[in-house]
Write a protein that binds this ligand. Structure first.
Ligand code: PLP
Length: 477
């Protein structure tokens, strides 16, 4: 009879132990290798094969992984990776992925322990954010998806569950977020069928925080024009510069104006675990909903996003279904209380909760908070070094862990020069910052997220930028 289990477990067991040892070595030796290396074209080509029809040897397949995949990953495990907003992962998180794969649980619903683990994780998230005990939520791929859930839930809250049957019915909804908001917010408006033109990008103050006077003006203007304002999205940690909106004032405004108040706290939420930073997020606990990631600053391996709201009711109104083949029962496997598939768009869902649960149980929330504080302290160190170096110019204030700056030791062509410096650093394997554009100027952007990053990595970034900036400027002169 066909089965995909091994006939003799001994060989696979031996290979599995080797894989585990190799990955422990890989994690332990991170600081020694380059941050990133480009995958050679020949190896990319080697990866492409026709669909394998017959059986293959597991050890040979693993060798292909070691040769073709392992050396050419993103680099975000490395202490000098500072691009975009990438978490560094942990060894216990890696082991959790192994256990979750072994269980192969489907967390869409039914009555089993893995769902209880996810409920516990949502409970911890609510506790961290200062949400009430009635809070509900789901783990999702990432904050992009959590923010989409926020938009859909706010829409249903405004229009009632009938919107699921008949659509917007000509109601002209309007939503508000800051000009510094992440691109997934307009994308969520597109996907929700409301359209990105219904999202007002409210101007920010000099610190990158949404201007509440401008928000109030925009809402009033839309009301006068016959639109129906339904949602404001605050940001706790903007993607470009890490600015945190005044969540307390924003929440009060939303309550008065009858708007759903969602917070995109993709990485910032985890600053709630750092006592010296928590005050920056004051008011997050009053939000109607929050989207954030465990895979960024909480160092849980990808992917682990989270959506939390104050009670299950608005999520059930937005997502719950009644398909006969998913009928619930009071007993048996079809029991077990509210199923996660009724709280979000996914039906089949993996056991993401396990890696969050194990990471928090093994390291503890305080250690995660200490890593967050360390990132912010390193960002301040980097800012100071930049401010002390005439050839470098800081391009934004540093509220949390993101520092934007540029090499300015050349008379012209600074955008192209700084883009080239970043690519040089990445290709030389020295450090991996990314770039963004602030007020029309290309910035080198260092987002310090990884718990392994140390002062010497920050110093290496500064020295690397200076050396490449000087060399390129001298060549051009
Ligand atoms: C502020 C903010 N919002 C949303 C996102 C999107 O999160 P994800 O990549 O987990 O979907 C990011 C990603 O960096 C972000 O920084």
């Amino acid at each position: 009879m066909p089965s995909l289990d091994p006939t003799d477990w001994r060989d696979l067991r031996r290979l599995g132990h080797r894989m585990l040892d190799d990955m422990f070595d890989h994690l332990a030796g991170q600081a020694e290798g380059p941050v990133w290396r480009k995958m050679p074209a020949a190896l990319r080509a080697e990866l492409q094969t026709p669909l394998p029809r017959g059986p293959g040897d597991a050890a040979a397949a693993y060798e292909r992984f070691r040769r073709l995949v392992l050396p050419y990953a993103t680099g975000n495990l490395h202490p000098a990776f500072m691009g975009w907003v990438h978490g560094g992962g942990t060894a216990i998180g890696m082991l959790a992925e192994l256990l979750a794969g072994g269980l192969n649980a489907n967390l869409g619903g039914r009555d089993h322990a893995p769902i209880e683990v996810e409920r516990q994780v949502i409970g911890w998230a609510a506790e961290m954010l200062g949400f009430p005990a009635t809070a509900a939520g789901v783990l999702v791929t990432g904050t992009s998806m959590a923010n989409l859930i926020g938009v859909l839930t706010a829409r249903t809250h405004r229009l009632g569950a009938g919107v699921r049957r008949s659509g917007l019915g000509g109601v002209r909804l309007a939503a508000y977020t800051s000009a510094g908001a992440h691109g997934c917010i307009p994308r969520a408006m597109e996907i929700a069928g409301i359209g990105r033109e219904a999202l007002r990008m409210v101007p920010c103050d000099a610190d990158g925080r949404m201007r509440l006077d401008a928000l109030a003006d925009a809402v009033a203007a839309d009301r006068r024009a016959g639109l129906s304002p339904f949602l404001a999205v605050g940001t706790a940690g903007t993607v470009d510069i890490g600015a945190v909106d005044d969540l307390s004032a924003l929440g009060a405004f939303c309550r008065d104006a009858g708007l759903w108040f969602h917070v995109d706290a993709a990485f910032g939420a985890i600053a709630m675990l750092a006592p010296r930073l928590r005050g920056l997020l004051r008011g997050i606990g009053q939000a109607d909903s929050v989207g954030f990631d465990f895979h960024k600053w909480a160092q849980v391996p990808y992917d682990a996003g989270c959506f939390v709201t104050r009670s299950a009711a608005p999520l059930l109104a937005t997502f719950a279904g009644d398909a006969a083949y998913l009928r619930r029962d009071s007993r048996g496997l079809a029991g077990g209380g509210t199923w996660p598939c009724d709280l979000g768009p996914d039906l089949s869902r993996g056991f993401r909760a396990l890696k969050v649960w194990l990471t928090l149980m093994v390291h503890g929330a305080d250690a995660i908070g200490a890593a967050v504080q360390q990132s912010c302290d390193l960002a301040q160190r980097l800012a100071m070094r930049i401010d002390d170096t005439p050839e470098l110019e800081r391009l934004a204030p540093v509220a949390l862990n993101i520092v934007c700056f540029r090499y300015c030791g050349a008379a012209t062509g600074l955008d192209a020069l700084n883009a080239a410096i970043v690519a040089d650093l990445q290709e030389d394997g020295i450090a991996a910052p990314s770039t963004t554009v602030l007020e029309g100027r290309l910035a080198i952007r260092a987002a310090i997220v990884n718990h392994r990053t140390r002062p010497e990595d920050v110093d290496r970034l500064v020295e690397g930028v200076l050396a490449r900036g000087r060399a390129r400027s001298a060549l051009a002169a």
